[in-house]
Ligand binder design. Sequence first.
Ligand code: NAD
Ligand code: ISE
Length: 336
Amino acid sequence: MSLKIGVIGTGAIGQDHTRRINQVLSGGKVVALSDVSRPNVEACAAQYAPDARIFDDPIAMINDPEIDAVLVCSWGQTHEEYVLAAIAAGKPCFCEKPLATTAAGAERIVKAEVASGRRLVQVGFMRRYDPGYLALKNAVRDVTGAPLMVHAAHRNQRVGANYTTPMAIHDTLIHEIDVLRWLLDDDYVSAQVFFPRKSPRAHEKLRDPQIVVLETAKGVVIDVEVFVNCHYGYDIQCEIVGEDGIAKLPEPMSVQTRSNATLSNPILTDWKDRFIDSYDYELADFLKAAAQGTAAGPTSWDGYVAAVTADACVAAQEAEGVPVRISLPQRPALYS
Ligand code: NAD
Ligand code: ISE
């Protein structure tokens, strides 16, 4: 059976996910698309889903009896409304990160899903499916001994003019917030943010780079450099320092060349290429679980914890160097 999928948001990642469902993966077909931008939805349909119905109203698409499951790929602040509508319709829903742009919004989703009595939501924290991060998790289990520190960096080549200082948290650091608590099997208790001298490439509304320091319940101290105008490429780094040794995230595969007295390796420039396998694996997992009327992978609870932590990090940006405490309520049984 092929699941009939509706995609909301047909920009960069909505188009890429439509391509992977219709051209790479099996088990699902994108049969409907919705976007506030007519050119985007038409471009997506023309390239990747020529038979898809186009809906002006995403809620009508979610509730349409022809739709079995939903992908939410619109801007972050719109996610909550669509995920809540999918839960109300009892349809499995894959929601791109962030689950919601505030902790209060993510909490409403957790409550609605718990009330529905079954998992329906998968959050797009694709790094948990990345072969490099999976190998790193194994190394933490088998080699490094108990983690003491983590040094990480999230560098983008450049960002657009509408990317502002808090987005470095909600849009970018959110990946480290999720993947590091998954890697360490731990939760955060405090956040601190430091701003070095500003890069001349950062526009007026963005302080870039920044360093976020997170402390976990087990006492691990994590520093993450977020630098979204680094210019040289798309570069994700992560090193775990443990009691017995160190483990480092592998570099993406690339061809090393020797020429003109220079040894070199190319560096990727686009997130789409850096995590191409992980996006395939996460959506394959979604399609498999959705066929059973449920969801797998990162949960609404993970999305909620990330949102609580992100809110604390934004408060820490404003507090400049002063630690902000993070506390979480009891995890509902649905997510244990
Ligand atoms: P984008 O701007 O390229 O595309 C977003 C699309 O959503 C646009 O076509 C826009 O018109 C549409 N849209 C906005 N509001 C809408 C609404 N209310 N209803 C329907 N459509 C609406 O952005 P993007 O880069 O594709 O990002 C989309 C989401 O995916 C964001 O939440 C982003 O954080 C996430 N994302 C995740 C990754 C990842 O690595 N997992 C990478 C990129 C983006
Ligand atoms: C984008 O939305 C992503 O999720 C990318 O993975 C991240 O590197 C980038 O900073 C975000 O803007």
